[in-house]
Design a protein around this ligand. Structure first.
Ligand SMILES: Cc1cc2nc3c(=O)[nH]c(=O)nc-3n(C[C@H](O)[C@H](O)[C@H](O)COP(=O)(O)OP(=O)(O)OC[C@H]3O[C@@H](n4cnc5c(N)ncnc54)[C@H](O)[C@@H]3O)c2cc1C
Length: 366
């Protein structure tokens, strides 16, 4: 039992609403008796759909059951080669943000009070803060624009998604196409860059157009919807260290990949279990292992210093691992043999040279 201390959730986005969903279930079962409130306007992602991708794990069965589609195979492609991986136990899911957030909101209805107003600090109780954290200058960003399209003839292999295809303009940063084939003639096609500066919409759209023409010989298509985003690839400080930070504000974005959905779900599950079992919550653990965070730091330092090497590094990593192993690594479930394979696949000199700069950066952040 969580006692009777009031629980407030600040920010009604992915983390805030996912936590509200978990706590609603525990209010229903009687495990949580404290009043719970959610503060802030509903995230635009609740009405303007975008896709959250994740590999299925045991704590993601609910979002997986609501996903738009899943794939057991995915590929990474560069000018030099292609790796296709398959996993039966960790398929890749595409979840519509509006479906998930509306489901969370619906399940919280009547159990959790909602206020659109900016939150006010109360002297008592627990405050879970998912407000958007500040991004330090010179951070590497993952920025993208994608379109869901319908093409006039069947061209996509709907059984394999493309995680990264680097056969596109590399002049503005590390650039790849992410393609989720929903059927033979519909897909989400995204132009994604890792760089310090976002681009005009025209840049991403031209990259998508060129890719469809050169790889699929597709000249015309109908745009069903568009999505755009910018995710900081950095270690962010919480908005207010005195509060219980969750979501992107609570370190859930994996800096080396921008993936956060799976880690947010892991974090809110942990919180709800702690509350239900009556533990005192004075700190939220990061959902990432120390070794993963350390590897991410060195990896980011390598990407910043050698962006031209990125396509080969990603391809070598994929060659070194099986589909199950890659899915586990991306979901924070790697074990020793996976780390050994990954580290062996990396260009040794580049990585060793970046260990000190990465460590220096960590010390500077304090
Ligand atoms: C377009 C897009 C695609 C993505 N795709 C993937 C993906 O495929 N896989 C993956 O794992 N991750 C993905 N991510 C990353 C990550 O999952 C999301 O950023 C996720 O939404 C983070 O959840 P959050 O709750 O921390 O932040 P948000 O969902 O942004 O929620 C924060 C909320 O706080 C509110 N807020 C801010 N300030 C205040 C304030 N002062 N008072 C009250 N409320 C406030 C905001 O309005 C917002 O509603 C994607 C991100 C974007 C933007």
């Amino acid at each position: 039992m969580s006692g009777q201390a009031q629980i407030s959730i600040w920010g009604a986005g992915c983390a805030g609403l996912s936590l509200a969903r978990k706590l609603s279930a525990q209010i229903s079962s009687g495990d949580i008796k404290a009043p719970v409130s959610l503060h802030g306007p509903l995230s635009p992602a609740a009405t303007d759909s975008h896709i959250w991708g994740f590999w299925q794990t045991d704590w993601l069965s609910e979002p997986a059951s609501l996903s738009k589609q899943s794939w057991k195979s995915w590929q990474i492609i560069t000018q030099q080669g292609r790796v296709t991986q398959t996993s039966q136990s960790h398929p890749y899911h595409a979840l519509d943000s509006a479906i998930w957030l509306q489901d969370c909101a619906d399940r919280s209805e009547g159990k959790i009070s909602r206020s659109e107003d900016a939150p006010a600090r109360s002297k008592q109780g627990l405050i879970f803060d998912s407000r958007t954290p500040e991004v330090p200058e010179n951070s590497l960003l993952q920025h993208f624009t994608g379109i869901e399209i319908k093409v006039p003839r069947p061209v996509f292999d709907a059984s394999v998604l493309t995680l990264m295809d680097f056969r596109c303009d590399q002049s503005r940063g590390i650039h790849f196409i992410y393609l989720l084939p929903f059927s033979e003639d519909t897909a989400l096609v995204e132009s994604t860059l890792f760089s310090e500066q976002t681009e005009d919409r025209a840049f991403y759209m031209a990259a998508i157009e060129r890719y469809l023409r050169e790889v699929y010989q597709v000249e015309t298509y109908e745009i069903i919807r568009e999505e755009t985003g910018c995710i900081p690839m950095n270690f962010l400080k919480p908005c207010d260290p005195a509060l219980l930070a969750i979501g992107a504000n609570g370190g859930c974005v994996r800096p080396s990949s921008g993936y956060a959905f799976a880690f947010i779900q892991k974090q809110v599950q942990w919180i709800s279990q702690q509350l239900a079992s009556g533990h005192v919550l004075d700190k939220i653990q990061t959902p990432h292992r120390r070794l993963d965070s350390w590897l991410d730091r060195v990896f980011l330092s390598v990407l910043k210093a050698h962006p031209e090497a990125a396509p080969e590094i990603f391809l070598s990593m994929a060659k070194a691992l099986t589909g199950d192993e890659l899915a586990k690594f991306m979901s924070g479930l790697a074990h020793l043999p996976i780390y050994v394979k990954l580290i062996s696949a990396m260009p040794k000199k580049m990585f060793i040279n970046q260990i000190l700069p990465a460590q220096r950066q960590k010390w500077q952040e304090g």
